[in-house]
Design a protein around this ligand. Sequence first.
Ligand code: NAD
Length: 261
Amino acid sequence: PLAGRVAVITGSTSGIGLGIARALAQAGADIVINGLGDPDEIERVLGELEREHPRRRVVYNGANLMNGNEAAGLVEDAIAGFGSVDILVNNAGIQHVSPIESFPPEKYEAIIALNLSAAWYTTRAAFGAMKQNGYGRIINVASAHGLVASPFKSAYVAAKHGIVGLTKTVALEGAEHNVTCNAICPGYVWTPLVENQIDDTAKARGITRDEVIRDVLLAAQPNKRFAGVDELGALAAFLCGPGGTSITGTALPVDGGWTAH
Ligand code: NAD
C-alpha cells in the first residue's frame, strides 16, 4: 500500500525506529534512515535493510537532531534526493533518570531538544510539501509518559507531553489536506534505551536490576511483557495506509493497559 511513498524515520539505526523503518519498507516505501552511533554498526544495519528490501531505495542521513537546522536539513535533503517526503516518523529520543533537584540542566536541555524540538523542526520542513501533494502521514513516537507521569523523569515526561500537544496542533492544520498527525505512546518496549536505564533507575531507587524490571518497569504494565518493535512497526504502517485516513490528532497507547489504570 505504500509503494512510491518516501518515508523519513528519525533515530532509526536502532530500536523502535528501526522496527518502524522495516515495516514501512515492507509495505513498499522508500526509506531514509537516521541516527548516530558506531559507523560500522550503522553500515551493517543499512546493508541488512538493503538485502531485506532489494526493490526499495534505502539511504542513510547522519543529521544530529539536537540541532534544529540539521533536523530541518534531514527533511530538505530527502525532498531534494527523492522528490518528496510523504511519511515522517519523529522517533529519535533519549532518556535521563534523576530526581529533579539533582537533574543536570544540560541533560534537560538535550532531552527537550531531541525529544520535542527536533520534531517541530522536521514537521515544519515537511509540512508545506505534504499539503501541496495532498498526502502526508506524520507519526510522533511519544510514550505512555506523554499521557501519564513517573517520578525522576521530569525532562522526558515534559517533552513527551509536549509532543502530544504538537501532534494535535499539526493534525488540525493538516486536516483539510489529507495530512494526518498522530502520536504512538508505547509503554515499555525492549530496546537499548530501556536496557540502558535499568542501572540508573536501580541507583536512583536503591534496588537491584531484577527488582527494577519486576517492580518498576513491568509493575506499571498490566500485561507483564515488553512490547516488540515489530508491533510499533505494524501500527505505523497501518496509520500510513488506507485504514489510517480518518485517524488524526490521536495519542494511541501501545502499553499493555498501563494508562488504563
Ligand atoms: P534507542 O536508543 O534504541 O534508539 C534511539 C535512536 O535515536 C537511535 O537510532 C539513535 O542513534 C538515535 N539518536 C540518538 N540521538 C540522536 C541525535 N542527536 N540525532 C539523531 N538521532 C539520534 O531508543 P528506542 O527505545 O528505540 O526509542 C525510540 C523512541 O521511542 C524514543 O523517542 C523513546 O522515547 C520512545 N519510547 C521508547 C520506549 C521503550 O520502551 N523503548 C517506550 C516509550 C517511548
